[in-house]
Design a protein around this ligand. Structure first.
Ligand SMILES: [Zn+2]
Ligand SMILES: [Zn+2]
Length: 267
């Protein structure tokens, strides 16, 4: 069983058209595919404009396809979609933190990440982590969101623990509080996007958070946060191995009848 619900196209910051993405999915033996363009957000250069959004929706809905294709969207906590009912599913994500009187992306560049850390949090990583995970936890209250996306995106530039140790108890307590809020109602995404782009060798969330998610009986799904069709299933085998090691025995997948739990051995 193979599904990816986190897929970007030329309508936002992806490289390929929906059609090219679908072709790649078929060639790689996917059983279904979901598209998740960045919802319009004034402060986000990667987001779709309202005009792009309607073209995107039309394009996805009119794809000729032998496998189920789902129309989704990735909304940022700071710019939630106006008509959630138009989508088959919604990924809720946190990409921004406040900086002076604007919002700054935490994952755009390492340089910008450092600026944000210095300017808003006076160089204090625990303060920045607390602010970030507080926002990630707020996704629990976004009733329209089915999936919480890349919940430790703050670790994107931390492959070599330059900013914090992954097992730092202060850092982990912030992350675990977000998990406490998210686990009861949201599917939490295991996301290989930063692996495909060469930033990380392991998926989001990091193993300590994954282990805690398992303790809290969180439901998970696996996605590649794909921006380039050659990486549609990038890192899936490694991520599945890691998920199993953390004790998970099932994954959530979207079906024509909604989200269902599937045995991990089917993947
Ligand atoms: Zn995202
Ligand atoms: Zn994304």
């Amino acid at each position: 069983m193979k599904q990816n619900l986190h897929t970007h196209t030329i309508y936002c910051d992806g490289r390929d058209t929906p059609e090219q993405m679908l072709e790649a999915a078929l060639a790689r033996g996917f059983d279904s595919l979901g598209f998740s363009g960045h919802a319009p957000a004034l402060f986000d250069p990667a987001a779709m404009s309202p005009a792009h959004l309607s073209a995107y929706m039309k394009d996805i809905r009119s794809l000729q396809t032998p496998i189920p294709v789902y129309l989704g969207i990735e909304e940022d906590l700071d710019s939630r979609v106006e008509h959630p009912e138009q989508f088959d599913y919604i990924i809720g994500s946190v990409h921004f933190l406040p900086c002076q009187d604007t919002l700054k992306s935490i994952d755009y560049t390492r340089k910008q990440f450092i600026e944000l850390l210095e300017d808003t949090y006076g160089g204090s990583m625990p303060a920045m982590a607390a602010a970030y995970y507080e926002k990630a936890g707020q996704l629990a209250e976004c009733t329209e969101a089915d999936i919480a996306g890349h919940i430790d995106l703050i670790a994107k530039f931390n492959e070599h623990e330059d900013f914090f140790r992954f097992d730092d108890p202060v850092y982990l307590s912030c992350a675990c509080e977000a998990v406490d809020r998210l686990a009861p109602g949201k599917i939490i995404e295991v996301n290989t996007g930063a692996m495909a782009r060469g930033y990380r060798t392991r998926p989001y969330p990091d193993i300590h958070i994954l282990q805690y998610m398992h303790e809290k009986k969180a439901k998970i799904c696996l996605s590649s946060d794909c921006h380039d069709r050659s990486f549609l299933d990038y890192g899936f085998a490694d991520a599945l191995q890691l998920i199993r090691r953390c004790g998970f025995r099932s994954l959530m997948i979207l079906t024509p009848d909604g989200f269902k739990e599937e045995d991990i051995d089917r993947f």
